[in-house]
Design a protein around this ligand. Structure first.
Ligand code: ADP
Ligand code: MG
Length: 473
């Protein structure tokens, strides 16, 4: 599984690349370059997991977690990677991807063995499912079409859509979607099921919460029909299990889930799971299960950034037949920040107040609704607020952060303020530069790099940084 990519012409080769130390130095520079050109979420999802292995004869070998990474990186970040390689590794650097393969993975799960009486078996399976009153358990309103995509959920969305389009290909199996509550995990996992029902009617898909799985299991023991239980879950082509954190501390049920998982996985069937925590943070989950999860792909959903929240607010209110003024949409999106279910709740209350209470949908009404729902207006971070917090800490005038002065007592806070602005706002280097006396983006980049390095060994700077961040968020 090795893929090649050729970089363009030479721009700047600063180091000879003949030892590991240079590899890691150049890799760090490459990462820093990437970090400054993509959002933090994308950087964490796609670039942090890459491990440089060796650089020999213009060839940089890196390890990535799955084949899907190579394809995604090539498709979305080809130009960026190419520029970075040329800049930090040299002309005509070839990138080779090596996919980590889990040696514990049984061969059978990777290779589908065609069976001579496959058709007959298929019929037996479908009969069994019919006898069991098979019902996919899906709510029809969770679809890909009404899911708003942004940086924070793009990877999860794309992986789910890829599975829904080719449910029998099992390129990444299992897919595990994880993230906090109210961020769209149930929506996405059910969207896979709904898409399959419409586009692949012969593919048997089953959605279940892990709680439902557990209840079915307990009922099966009570009613003495364990075979039906096992057959139902083990006969489907695509198994969607929501909220696996519920399996924590449930030994016997976990055991059955483990066996179901293995049976399906080895038969080349697709499994998708969701969790509110990263799998390795799930307490008391069988090590065997956790190690099985490593065969697959992890998709983390972060809280949505402002633009996505605006798009969601707009879409949801339109769905409710309510046309909202732009300032109201923005006010909701700026104040309800961490949970999309809460955005929906605010819109539903707003619709009710407008329809029944005959009120105008304006910012005051939204403020009132937020108060009754106990949603704290969140702090909106702007570059100006960051400048104020930093100058307050260092006891300097905020206007001095814009000045051209090179005095040390101004340079350090100015650079730190730029660094924090990049970290905590969605601003580009250009925008940050504008707020600091119209400096250009390379100056901002320089400030960020210097601060990042100094934070590693300058304890006083580090504690200033930590104090200011605590004040800001
Ligand atoms: P989770 O399972 O992560 O707790 P849900 O999938 O139940 O969250 O999402 C909560 C609500 O927010 C649902 O009604 C869902 O339709 C909606 N929702 C979440 N993310 C999005 C999105 N990106 N676009 C549209 N609606 C969304
Ligand atoms: Mg859910």
């Amino acid at each position: 599984m090795i893929k090649e990519m050729l970089s363009g012409s030479l721009i700047d080769t600063e180091y000879s690349l003949n030892d590991d130390n240079n590899l890691s130095v150049n890799w760090k520079k490459f990462l820093r370059f990437v970090k400054n050109n993509v959002s933090t979420h994308i950087f964490r999802t796609w670039f942090i997991p890459i491990k440089p292995i060796k650089y020999i004869d213009n060839e940089l070998l890196v390890e990535v977690p799955s084949q899907f990474y190579c394809e995604w990186l090539d498709e979305h970040y080809y130009d960026l990677i190419k520029t970075g390689l040329t800049k930090f590794f040299g002309e005509n650097t070839k990138l080779k991807y090596q996919v980590i393969l889990d040696t514990n993975q049984p061969e059978t799960s990777r290779i589908k063995i065609p069976s001579s009486n496959a058709l007959a078996q298929e019929q037996v399976r479908i009969n069994a499912l019919q006898k069991l009153n098979y019902n996919p358990n899906l709510a029809p309103n969770y679809t890909f079409d009404n899911f708003v995509v942004g940086d924070s959920n793009e990877f999860a969305y794309s992986s789910c859509l890829a599975i829904a389009k080719n449910p029998l290909q099992t390129k990444f199996n299992p897919l595990i979607i994880y993230g906090n509550t109210g961020l769209g995990k149930t929506h996405l996992i059910q969207a896979i099921g709904n898409f399959i029902l419409v586009n692949h009617p012969n593919v048997q898909v089953l959605y279940s919460t892990s709680e439902n799985f557990a209840n079915n299991f307990i009922d099966a023991i009570k009613n003495n029909n364990m075979n039906d239980f096992m057959q139902l879950y083990r006969s489907v082509d695509v198994l969607l299990i929501d909220d696996i954190q519920f399996f924590q501390n449930k030994g016997k049920i976990q055991d059955h889930f483990f066996h179901t998982f293995n049976t399906l996985h080895q038969a080349g069937k697709q499994i998708v799971l969701t969790s509110d925590k990263a799998p390795k943070e799930l307490k008391d989950l069988d090590e065997r299960l956790i190690s099985r999860f490593q065969w697959g792909v992890l998709a983390y959903i972060e809280p949505p950034e402002l633009e996505t929240r605006i798009a969601i607010t707009k879409k949801k209110s339109e769905n409710e037949g309510l046309e909202l003024p732009v300032d109201v949409i923005e006010f909701i999106a700026q104040n309800v920040t961490s949970n999309i279910r809460e955005i929906e709740g605010v819109i539903i209350s707003l619709v009710a107040q407008v329809a029944i209470g005959n009120k105008k949908p304006n910012v005051d009404l939204v403020r009132e609704i937020l108060r009754t729902k106990h949603i704290r207006s969140s702090k909106i971070l702007t570059i100006d607020k960051i400048k104020n917090a930093v100058s307050h800490y260092f006891n300097v005038d905020p206007n001095d952060l814009e000045s051209k002065s090179r005095k040390k007592e101004l340079v350090v806070p100015r650079q730190l303020a730029m660094y924090i602005s990049k970290e905590l706002t969605n601003s580009t280097l250009e925008t940050i530069g504008k707020h600091f006396g119209n400096r250009d983006h390379s100056t901002v980049l320089h400030a960020i790099n210097i601060t990042e390095r100094n934070l590693l060994f300058d304890e006083r700077l580090k504690s200033a940084y930590e104090y200011i961040i605590r004040k800001l968020i």
